[in-house]
Ligand binder design. Structure first.
Ligand SMILES: Nc1nc2c(ncn2[C@@H]2O[C@H](COP(=O)(O)OP(=O)(O)OP(=O)(O)O)[C@@H](O)[C@H]2O)c(=O)[nH]1
Ligand SMILES: [Mg+2]
Length: 443
């Protein structure tokens, strides 16, 4: 998402930067191109107008134009206005005074409510909360099943009542159960319809009035562009929302919804969904998304994800091991699993500053398969083999290949790569690596 927009905007800003001194005409030409790029990305025209007016007003001052670095100042202004447009500060979940706090998820069919309910519960558990899920979508029996399965997978308790019970009664029972089990947050999954309709709105408004959630979040599919903005306006008018969750931000939508929805509805985007997996939910950070759109990379999100995924104690152990006995294949397996927790390699590269441009060239999409293959191969080894790979002779290699559904060639390749890594890390520890390589390895 935002790829085309990001490419266009960074091109405009780069061409400004190559000019040195700027005239009013230069700025207006740049703004015209920014306008086209935004409209093409399906950003609401009112939003575009207001955004450009803000940038223009702040840019066409003597202070900016006559400064030594007018282009840099304008880039900063564009970035600032973009952050504002996206909502300024991140907006966090608000809990109730008395636990359990309740988050009710609403939205159209297929927008991602059930998936988001599970993701949100997982997120809350990471924050040290005790989340519970309530399956209040009884219109579709499979929906209850879906949430129960997700809950089981994540080890998060799910309340599922009799599907012949009305949603309100289920919620009441679910809340009682949540209190009894000392849950601190309850996430309620509700039913969706194909279109906004009066019956659904009435039901949801009634449900909300009775259970009084501290968060009523609309889950909207970012791929639907301007429709998402209209849907949000309708839901907000009818039932009153506290925030938005934009899902499928990993898709190839042009980004218009994400850029317009806060301005049009006044509601903060609290989270974005970036994939189908349960950990693909991010707190929405306007400043980070702005720099991502402007091609400045999103180092902070990456750093945070890494912190979440990496067990610091394990990292220290690993460092110690590096200095003494060196890496073994168990360490490699652990690292692969860490990377997998953080997302796919291409998602990671996209977040690195300067890399997003090269991502398509560097990655051919095969990295995930490679990682999976490597994991399978290591899993087919005995513990002894993982710890002392040198004992892996020809017949062991054949056995491992067979066990992991790969070819002996793949096992050989993996072992060769591993020995290379081992050699490099050993040299790095001893401080014998060429300077450039040391820098790359961060040592
Ligand atoms: N790529 C991607 N897919 C998502 C995301 N969120 C949800 N999905 C997928 O979207 C589809 C619908 O998600 P659900 O969570 O079942 O949607 P729902 O709103 O509960 O749908 P109903 O219960 O039928 O109203 C599923 O295939 C999800 O895996 C996301 O952030 N990215
Ligand atoms: Mg659902």
């Amino acid at each position: 998402m935002f790829e085309t927009l990001s490419q266009k905007l960074s091109a405009v800003l780069r061409s400004l930067g190559s000019k040195g001194k700027l005239s009013e005409k230069d700025v207006d030409e740049a703004l015209r191109q920014i306008r086209l790029a935004l409209l093409e990305a399906d950003v609401n025209f009112r939003v575009v107008k207001s955004f450009l007016a803000g940038v223009r007003e702040r840019s066409l001052t003597a202070e900016v134009l006559e400064s030594l670095t007018p282009a840099q100042q304008i880039i900063k202004i564009v970035n600032g206005e973009l952050v504002n447009l996206l909502g300024g500060e991140p907006s966090h979940l608000k809990g109730a005074r008395q636990p359990p706090s309740i988050a009710m998820l609403v939205g159209l069919q297929g927008s991602g409510k059930t998936t988001t309910a599970a993701k949100l519960a997982l997120y809350l558990r990471h924050l040290g909360q005790r989340p519970a899920l309530v399956a209040a979508d009884v219109r579709r029996p499979a929906a209850v099943e879906q949430l129960v399965t997700l809950g089981k997978h994540l080890d998060i308790p799910v309340y599922n009542g009799d599907v012949n019970t009305a949603p309100l009664a289920i919620c009441r029972q679910g809340l009682r159960w949540a209190r009894e089990t000392a849950a601190t947050w309850v996430v309620i999954d509700t039913q969706g319809r194909l279109h906004v309709d009066e019956t659904m709105m009435k039901e949801l408004a009634q449900l909300k009035g009775e259970i009084r959630p501290s968060e009523t979040l609309l889950v909207v599919d970012a791929m639907t562009g301007q429709d998402a903005v209209n849907i949000a306006e309708e839901f907000h008018a009818d039932i009153g929302l506290t925030g938005l969750v934009l899902t499928k931000m990993d898709g190839d939508a042009r980004g218009g919804a994400a850029l317009s929805i806060k301005f049009v509805t006044g509601l903060p985007v609290k989270f974005i969904g970036t994939g189908e997996k349960a950990n693909a939910l991010e707190v929405f950070h306007p400043d980070r998304l702005a720099s991502r759109i402007l091609g400045m990379g999103d180092v902070l999100t990456l750093v945070e994800k890494a912190e979440e995924a990496f067990d610091e104690r394990r990292v220290r152990e690993l460092e110690k091991k590096l200095e003494t006995s060196g890496l073994d294949l168990e360490d490699l397996l652990w690292q692969i699993r860490q990377v997998k927790k953080m997302g796919t390699p291409s998602q990671l590269v996209e977040m690195l500053p300067g890399f997003s441009k090269f991502a398509p060239a560097v990655l051919d999409g095969g990295e995930e398969t490679d990682m999976r293959r490597t994991e399978a191969i290591i899993l087919s080894m005995t513990q002894e083999e993982r710890r002392s790979p040198t004992i892996i002779n020809g017949s062991r290699r054949r056995r491992i290949a067979q066990g992991s559904g790969t070819m002996t060639r793949d096992v050989n390749q993996l072992l060769n790569q591993f020995y290379q890594i081992q050699k490099l890390t050993k040299m790095a520890v001893k401080g014998r690596l060429p300077k450039d390589l040391m820098r790359v390895l961060g040592r």
